[in-house]
Design a protein around this ligand. Sequence first.
Ligand SMILES: Cc1cc2nc3c(=O)[nH]c(=O)nc-3n(C[C@H](O)[C@H](O)[C@H](O)COP(=O)(O)OP(=O)(O)OC[C@H]3O[C@@H](n4cnc5c(N)ncnc54)[C@H](O)[C@@H]3O)c2cc1C
Ligand code: SF4
Length: 337
Amino acid sequence: MLLPRFDYSQPQNLEAALDLLNSHREDAKILAGGTDLLVRMKKGLITPKRLISLKSLKELSYIKEEDDCIRIGAGTSLADIIASGTIQNGARALFQACEKVGAVTIQHHRGTIGGNILQDNRCHHYNQSDFHRSGRQACHKDGGKICYARENADRCNSTCQSDGATALMALGAKLVLASKENERTVDLDQFYTADGIKPHAMEPQELLKEIMIPLSNAQSAYQRLAYRSAIDYPIVCAGVHLKPSENQKDQIEDARIVVGAMGRAPLFLAQAAASLKGKSIHDETAFQKAANASMDSAATFAVHNVGSTLEYRCDMVSLMVFRALKEASQTLENAKD
Ligand SMILES: Cc1cc2nc3c(=O)[nH]c(=O)nc-3n(C[C@H](O)[C@H](O)[C@H](O)COP(=O)(O)OP(=O)(O)OC[C@H]3O[C@@H](n4cnc5c(N)ncnc54)[C@H](O)[C@@H]3O)c2cc1C
Ligand code: SF4
């Protein structure tokens, strides 16, 4: 499979990149590591007229602690995140998620965290070559009126399979989006549209500049299930975040549960997490109840298009959430020493 023709720009600083994006808008795509974008271009899924490469923008590659936050430049490689003590200690779920992305070659040579959370949604039927798709009636994402993933669906049901997005949402991350005229900060849990055709609430002239993770006394964990431990995308994953009370360190003051690879966006399950408030960090019965509630909520949004059966993936939600909660509680216990 060959890449289609495109124009290429390699700006030397952020200002020049934003100028280019502002001029070319919908015609342009940002090229970070290219491990998602170039594959989609080769398959004929998208044909941008211009690629704007971030290769020379060293200013987008950093991890630092500042103002009670961990700040990560969008162009930071997954390998740098995995190797960072700041991430391992302050955002463990993200460390665990990045360690599981694709394969070592993707983590170490090209893949960035920005590209990870902005990768396009995937679909078993759609993510094929253009030759394969040309033999079938066009689906919503190809401009048609049907969806192969769900009968009678009036919209695209492609799935967000980003490991990083699920972990970062559990950590309560925010995104800094920059354009030539403006800079805005959005909560990651408000950023996904649940529209499989345009999954992110990002304007064409915007670039993801930074990811901010609030620091606290909380601990997080990430679990995922995939066919193989390397190369394959998750078919179910879960990120959790447990915050203990300042005065009673054995009591959960706040919790976040996010389930990924089940729907059009990572699923932020506020109700299931709320059931943990006031419970002991050792209360496995409460963890199991929250895990079962997560499974019930996720089933409502679940889409059958990542290969395995929907029933199996729904059942596995409970196990992934329970394991993640147990692990986060163990890390909280260890942090008391
Ligand atoms: C074999 C294989 C296995 C994989 N397995 C996994 C997996 O298990 N889990 C997983 O999560 N992913 C997986 N991926 C997807 C992908 O490799 C990773 O998500 C990677 O982190 C993407 O980063 P990138 O820098 O290469 O993104 P790119 O391909 O460069 O970009 C992805 C998208 O984000 C946009 N973009 C990137 N950076 C910015 C920015 N700063 N501002 C605005 N837009 C931007 C691009 O325009 C593009 O649309 C896999 C890919 C392959 C080929
Ligand atoms: S989920 Fe449906 S509409 Fe979306 S890409 Fe797949 S087949 Fe097409």
